[in-house]
Design a protein around this ligand. Structure first.
Ligand SMILES: Nc1ncnc2c1ncn2[C@@H]1O[C@H](COP(=O)(O)O)[C@@H](O)[C@H]1OP(=O)(O)O
Ligand SMILES: [Mg+2]
Ligand SMILES: [Mg+2]
Ligand SMILES: [Mg+2]
Length: 389
């Protein structure tokens, strides 16, 4: 009983594990207990927090420097800048680790104006505590160094060793629309997710605020908003206000117990091209759910159900060719599981992150409190099997 409690205390209830928890750490080492991944968690939280300073500045500006990638999905100067800042912090502390990140520097290589715009954002995005800024290694030396850093995220992934997965802006379409988005970072070791952090600048700080459709102008990037979710495998999940310097105090989060699945609130994508919204209506009908779905962009959905603001997250394939990317799910999957939830694909398999940059063996996502997951999955299978893609 004591070990998990102590670990939780060390990982989640400290603003600075290297200083303020010295006495707890001493007790842990005196009892020969390991405090695994506390440094990784601490750096990941700060790196995500710093990246959101950049993404918020882009969110609030009219010119978001949007390009269309080869798969026609959008990327903005915010995505490039946030990726550069996160990788720089990781390289400072964990230079041997591999990194799988969504974006690549190619478009900036070919466009020096855009490159300089991104570099300007990167140099402006500083935590408001100089010591902590220095702890992340300070700034990036120049625009060319920044391009190299962005391309450090090209690892092929796999099930060997330490690999970080980064989605610098998840839900770019939501980000452009003024909706929800998330800055996502996870550490995998031998294919297993050990640490997950989600920065959600447009979600309310309070875990008890009801979930609302947050797709439009109401998701303003106002002061006093924003939450950081985190989890370490075996140590629970937590949330804290998203700040600008020293980490705020965290508290544990849990899925809301659902005794009757018909009372559940489910979340799904805003974009009908990302998740099948007519299948979700059929599934809700089978489960007796009468509340309309809450549509929300990004991994903010995983964070929202992990803290009990919603209950279920369904991601239902729209075509048979799309393969999900590891950076779109690694952090959220761990946070929901550590909050007492179960996450599988639509066929009931756990999401497996050790196969490369994609979740090749998985189709869609079904995330629910443990006690109702089986029932939800059954309804999902019945609806999807009725009309194979
Ligand atoms: N056909 C698709 N099916 C599922 N997800 C998709 C599809 N196309 C893009 N995505 C991804 O969905 C994620 C956003 O999901 P959500 O709708 O939950 O906000 C993005 O990371 C986006 O990837 P990309 O980064 O390539 O745009
Ligand atoms: Mg994404
Ligand atoms: Mg992205
Ligand atoms: Mg994208």
């Amino acid at each position: 009983q004591l070990l998990p409690r102590l670990r939780l205390l060390v990982s989640h209830f400290t603003t600075h594990p290297f200083h303020s928890t010295a006495s707890v750490l001493t007790k842990a080492s005196a009892a020969n207990m390991s405090v695994e991944y506390s440094k990784e968690l601490h750096i990941a939280l700060l790196a995500v927090q710093r990246a959101t300073i950049l993404t918020k500045s882009v969110f609030n500006s009219h010119a978001k420097g949007t390009l269309s990638k080869s798969d026609t999905s959008p990327v903005t100067i915010g995505d490039f800048g946030a990726q550069a800042l996160i990788i720089a912090a990781l390289q400072h502390h964990f230079p041997e680790d591999e990194i799988v990140a969504e974006e690549e520097a190619k478009d900036l290589n070919e466009n020096s104006q855009l490159r300089d715009l991104v570099y300007g954002l990167v140099t402006d995005a500083k935590l408001d505590n100089e010591d902590i800024e220095q702890e992340l290694g300070g700034g990036i030396k120049g625009p060319d160094a920044m391009l190299d850093i962005i391309d450090k995220g090209r690892s092929l992934g796999g099930n060997k060793g330490r690999i970080w997965a980064i989605d610098p802006i998840d839900g770019t379409k939501g980000f452009l629309r003024g909706g929800q988005y998330a800055v996502c970072l996870a550490l995998m070791v031998d294919g297993d997710v050990k640490v997950g952090v989600l920065g959600c600048p447009n979600l309310p700080v309070s875990d008890s605020e009801p979930l609302t459709e947050n797709t439009g102008a109401n998701a303003t990037d106002a002061e006093g908003k924003g939450v950081l979710f985190s989890a370490v495998l075996g140590e629970g999940a937590a949330s804290r206000a998203l700040g600008k310097g020293k980490l705020e105090n965290a508290h544990p989060i849990h899925m809301k117990p659902v005794s009757n699945v018909s009372d559940a609130t489910f979340c799904e994508s805003v974009e009908s091209g990302h998740s099948n919204q007519s299948d979700s209506v059929q599934i809700a009908l089978k489960l007796g759910i009468t509340k309309p779905s809450v549509r929300m962009d990004s991994q903010a959905k995983y964070g929202s159900i992990a803290r009990g603001a919603g209950d279920l997250y369904l991601r239902l394939p729209v075509n048979k060719n799309y393969v999900e990317k590891i950076w779109d799910h690694a952090a959220g999957d761990l946070i929901v599981r550590e909050a007492g939830g179960e996450v599988t694909d639509t066929e009931g398999r756990r999401l497996y992150f050790g196969l490369g940059r994609t979740l090749k063996e998985n189709k869609g996502v079904v995330a629910a409190p443990k006690e109702v997951h089986g029932k939800v999955l059954q309804a999902v299978k019945e609806v999807l099997n009725a009309h194979p893609l």
